[in-house]
Design a protein around this ligand. Structure first.
Ligand code: 3HC
Length: 305
């Protein structure tokens, strides 16, 4: 048994300087990069509402949340760099469509209720997915998840509180919340990935303890968590097959539209082109800042030497 295999078998962490199979390194870079890209692209849907928030308090909360997402992305790019990846290269791969980001961010945010539903359902799904990743076998990734999960908890709570406020408001506000729930529920279930029998990476990622639970296990955990929250909020979830199954001790639910997930992942979602174009423009507009910072660093190196 290699040191790597022994470390994994003993449920210990793999650290940047450790020997690791090329496949482990490449799938860790793949997953961490996709996660980082998701955080950065995920700033766009809600960021569009910062200038239109209905109060200073809502604006301040939304600003803090979007800023957190930026920090999560930078944190995760740093984790990818411990594996030898270059964040500039990863950004190019994203922009050129050679790396993915979460499908969920390719849907439009049509009303301010979407901001609350994203906090409640999307960040709630992120928490379900990310808490187990705190125990991921790759040290820098697992440790990054600890802080990210704490901040995601704030994201989910602020969204749920926003929705509770709107549900206590006018019939029009309540209808706005229900409309947002109807649009975001199924895409949130798709965040956990394809079904286990169509997940090409899961078996190896679970053998290497990168993933601790399968896509379907976490999806089920998320449904079981969300149904009581929806009842407390006073909204219905758009799934006629949703019902408690006492024999299983879980909620039965309908089948997400996997063809839709495949389409959105392949770039054919409602907002894919706009999201990538915005990311490309931001990367171009920020080039001078990166060049200036690099020039300053080179000058300092000369001075220090
Ligand atoms: N959106 C985009 N791509 C997806 C996807 C989705 N919802 N679900 C699966 N995929 C991709 C996978 O990346 C993989 O493609 P690749 O091999 O080219 O990378 C392919 O579809 C097959 O899926 P697998 O199940 O085999 O892939 P994984 O084992 O990687 O599982 C995953 C997919 C569960 C998303 C896993 O990658 C993961 O846990 N990633 C880390 C967490 C993450 O990225 N979460 C995204 C949410 S963003 C977020 O949380 C921000 C917060 O602020 C809301």
């Amino acid at each position: 048994m290699s040191d790597f295999e022994d470390t994994i078998a003993r449920d210990q962490r793999i650290e940047p300087g450790d020997a690791m199979p090329d496949g482990y390194r490449s799938t860790m870079i793949r997953q961490i990069a996709q996660h980082a890209h998701s955080e950065i692209i995920g700033m766009q849907p809600e960021g569009e509402w910062i200038t239109r928030a209905p109060s200073l308090r809502r604006k301040a909360i939304l600003l803090a949340k979007v800023q957190d997402e930026a920090g999560h992305g930078l944190y995760l790019y740093s984790a990818a760099e411990t594996l030898g990846a270059d964040r500039g290269d990863l950004t190019r791969r994203l922009i050129e469509g050679r790396q993915k980001y979460s499908s969920i961010f390719n849907y439009p945010t049509l009303t301010f209720a979407d901001v609350g539903v994203i906090g409640w359902l999307v960040d709630g799904a992120a928490i379900c997915n990310q808490v187990p990743l705190c125990r991921s076998s790759y040290g820098p990734y697992g440790r990054a998840m600890i802080r990210i999960c704490k901040e995601e908890s704030f994201h989910q709570r602020q969204g749920y509180e926003l929705l509770m406020t709107m549900m206590g408001g006018t019939p029009g506000q309540r209808a706005m919340v229900q409309d947002a729930v109807n649009r975001w529920w199924w895409p949130s279930l798709m965040m956990f990935g394809p079904p286990d029998d169509r997940s090409p990476n899961s078996a190896r990622s679970m053998a290497w303890k990168i993933k601790r639970h399968s896509n379907d296990e976490l999806r089920q955990r998320y449904v079981d968590m969300s149904v009581p929250q929806a009842e407390a909020l006073g909204v219905t979830l758009p799934d006629d097959e949703l019902r408690w199954n006492a024999d299983r001790g879980h909620y039965d639910f309908g089948t997400p539209d996997w063809a839709e997930l495949t389409r959105v992942i392949s770039g054919d979602g409602p907002c894919n082109a706009a999201r990538i174009e915005r990311r490309r423009r931001a990367d171009e507009d920020g080039a001078w800042v990166r060049e200036a910072a690099a020039a300053h660093a080179r000058k300092r190196e000369k001075v220090v030497v």
